[in-house]
Design a protein around this ligand. Structure first.
Ligand code: TYM
Length: 336
């Protein structure tokens, strides 16, 4: 029987705090679903994290916790190697080369750069500006075909495609031009406190954000307080932004279809609707919390997983980097 090559997937998450229900629904949940049918590689993007000032001890702890959380959500490192970005030095090296093929104007247009520099006015560093070149390096090093991300990363992904096309055009085909894999439902999970804004790890209002490790009580309490409206219209088409967000979360977390969910809540008040969404989320996340706690108690296993992940990733990354160095005219790197 003819064997078709599986497509390659690469994605990453920053360890800048415990990840949120938005990260889970928009990205990590799909990483789990894709691991059976693709050659997947997942990464804790700790180099991206230092574009905003971090406390070193906390960053170290959060990096391990984030690694464990990816596994706790269901990524199996035997099927989909997981690694820590800084362990594979080719990311920094390719990022430098790619930054020489990325225009100032392109980077200036990135909405995330504009948002983050507005929020961190006292630390608008060069890394924050060239962040998309590092993200392009993350993806292009592995010749990824698909990149599962939430909607907020689409612009960075487009730039990665532009950089790949530019480089391929200037030299000869070197990089696979990646496609985004953005989920139809849940690509942009909104804050529970302000449904016009994205749910984000850095939100100062904890009531708007569900952290994956929140207790069941906290999850249910936050959903009960979720902002909706005064219409009491539990419909995806006609409901307010808050209602749409809650219905989306409910369907994704329970696997129910939207019409099924709307029927289930028809004629009910917002109180019972919000509580039901909270209970569904708390139930779905309970095993993740337990697994995360067990993994964090087994540091040697985690170390073995991230070491294996880095070994696997380095091997692929080196091949691409050598190709790039040759193409741009660098003298062969001596072996010593
Ligand atoms: P990060 O750490 O901000 O987010 C990780 C993933 O979660 C998605 N996401 C959301 N999805 C739906 N609703 C939300 N409210 C929400 N908030 C976040 C993000 O879109 C992302 O997919 N630059 C990336 C990390 C990265 C990366 C990469 C991703 C570094 N290198 C290479 C893909 C490929 C980031 O900051 O994600």
């Amino acid at each position: 029987m003819e064997q078709t090559e599986k497509k390659i997937i690469l994605s990453g998450i920053q360890p800048t705090g415990i990840f949120t229900l938005g990260n889970y629904i928009g990205a990590v949940r799909n990483w789990v679903n894709l691991q059976e049918d693709y050659r997947c590689l997942y990464m804790v993007a700790n180099m991206h994290a230092i574009t905003v000032r971090q406390e070193p001890a906390k960053l170290r702890q959060q990096t391990l916790s984030c690694f464990a959380l990816i596994m706790a959500c269901g990524v199996d490192p035997q099927k989909a190697p997981i690694f820590i970005q800084s362990h594979v030095h080719e990311h920094a090296e390719l990022s430098w080369v790619l930054s020489c093929y990325t225009q100032f104007g392109e980077l200036s247009r990135m909405t995330q750069f504009k948002d983050k520099s507005a929020k961190n006015a006292s630390n608008i560093n060069a890394g924050l500006f060239t962040y998309p070149s590092l993200m392009a390096a993350d993806i292009l090093l592995y010749q990824a075909d698909l990149v599962p991300v939430g909607a907020d990363q689409q612009q960075h992904l487009e730039l990665s495609r532009d950089i790949a096309n530019r480089f391929n055009g200037l030299y000869s085909p070197t990089f696979t031009v990646p496609e985004g894999y953005i989920p139809k439902a849940g690509a942009r999970v909104m804050s529970l406190a302000d449904p016009e804004r994205k749910m984000s790890k850095s939100d100062p209002n904890p009531n708007g954000v569900i952290s994956i490790l929140d207790s069941a009580d906290d999850i249910i309490r936050k959903f009960k307080r979720a902002v909706t409206d005064s219409d009491c219209c539990i419909s995806f088409e006609h409901g307010s932004a808050g209602v749409k967000n809650l219905l989306t979360i409910y369907t994704v977390m329970t696997g129910k279809r939207m019409e099924e969910a709307e029927k289930e809540f028809a004629g009910q008040g917002y109180g019972s609707f919000k509580e039901a969404v909270g209970v569904a989320v708390a139930e779905a996340l309970a095993p993740v919390r337990e697994k995360h706690a067990a993994l964090m108690n087994d540091k040697s296993y985690l170390e073995q997983c991230y070491t294996d992940g880095a070994k696997f990733a380095s091997h692929l990354a080196r091949k691409t980097l050598e190709k790039v160095y040759r193409k741009v005219g660098f003298v062969n790197t001596p072996r010593f």
